[in-house]
Design a protein around this ligand. Structure first.
Ligand SMILES: N=CN[C@@H](CCC(=O)O)C(=O)O
Ligand SMILES: [Mn+2]
Ligand SMILES: [Mn+2]
Length: 313
């Protein structure tokens, strides 16, 4: 489907910006030079397939765009530009991740905040490569992952949606990793051991529930403050499966949507955070479109936070 057919919805007014929807704000790639926010889709579920998960996330970018298109625009005057999709062809995951990296780096080069609509969580690896390409090897990069899983699996055979953070931490001395929302029974004991070996900072889902918002925000801010630049990546399976059934590996004790919203607000309003990806939405196994709708709502939160809304936790 063409981008202009996806960014569609009802029009309440063509003049009064207080009645605008997203589809009236978003432009095509021709306006990239002036973009405050650059949107990039990553149509890929090869990483999920290799990880023996439920494929379907390749359809998520267009589904999330269509849901976002109908939402009211509450941001200040801003330019949002859609760079279109990078698609994985014939199982060539690494090539697709490199292509995503080029686009992300280009968007960084234009000075835009970048929002990537995944894709399986292998999206994050292309996202990270794009920032590294832009910054060079010396700058420090922090990655804040909102996820039920560590994604620290060995990749001796091949990389997948479960290996990205081991890939990054093994090859990059200037990268740090913090994951929020870990499910004890969503990860094997060996993955907890791997987290210990790599000295990964993490907050289990139960700790997130017990933390008061100010405490959680302080913990997030202290991580963000350590790096030259930070990526925020949201693996939608961190959410409770009642709210997000449309993922490869649903979480029975996942976080509430409002908690994830608060984490996004607290992180994406920090000046070190320049990009966000939303991954693992699978429209094929969604129920009534609720995961897609929630994904669009959380993407809206990241965008408004990038545009300078005051943190609300
Ligand atoms: N992206 C990560 N996926 C999880 C899947 C866990 C599961 O299938 O339960 C992982 O590899 O750990
Ligand atoms: Mn996950
Ligand atoms: Mn993940």
């Amino acid at each position: 489907m063409e981008l202009e057919d996806i960014w569609k919805g009802t029009v309440e007014s063509t003049a009064d910006k207080n009645r605008f929807k997203y589809h009236q704000i978003v432009t095509g790639p021709d306006f990239a030079e002036k973009a405050d926010i650059a949107l990039i889709g990553f149509c890929c579920d090869e990483g999920v397939r290799r990880n023996n998960g439920r494929a379907g996330a390749a359809k998520a970018p267009d589904a999330i765009r269509a849901a976002l298109a109908k939402m009211p625009w509450h941001g200040k005057e801003a330019a949002l530009c859609d760079y279109g999709n990078v698609s994985c062809q014939d199982n060539r995951l690494e090539e697709a991740q490199d292509e995503l990296a080029e686009k992300v780096s280009e968007a960084y080069g234009q000075g835009s905040h970048t929002v990537i609509l995944g894709g399986g969580h292998e999206t994050l690896y292309g996202h990270y490569l794009g920032l590294r390409l832009h910054l060079g090897s010396e700058a420090s990069i922090g990655i804040l992952n909102i996820d039920a899983h560590f994604d620290l699996r060995p990749f001796d055979v091949e990389s997948s949606s479960g290996t990205m953070f081991r890939q990054i931490l093994e090859e990059d001395q200037n990268a740090g990793y913090f994951v929020i929302g870990i499910q004890r029974f969503g990860n094997s004991r060996s993955l907890f051991e791997a987290a210990g070996e790599f000295d990964v900072d993490y907050l289990p889902e139960e700790t997130v529930r017990q933390s008061d918002p100010a405490q959680l925000s302080r913990r997030i801010q202290s991580f963000l403050g350590q790096y030259d630049a930070v990526i925020v990546t949201l693996c939608m399976d961190v959410l409770d499966m009642a709210a997000a059934p449309g993922v490869s590996a649903p979480s029975p004790f996942g976080l509430e949507p409002a908690s994830v919203r608060a984490i996004i607000r607290a992180s994406c309003s920090h000046p070190a955070v320049r990009s966000f990806d939303i991954s693992e939405v699978n429209p094929d196994v969604d129920e009534g479109g609720r995961t897609v709708r929630l994904a669009a709502a959380l993407t809206n939160e990241a965008i408004l936070s990038f545009l300078g809304r005051a943190p609300e936790m």
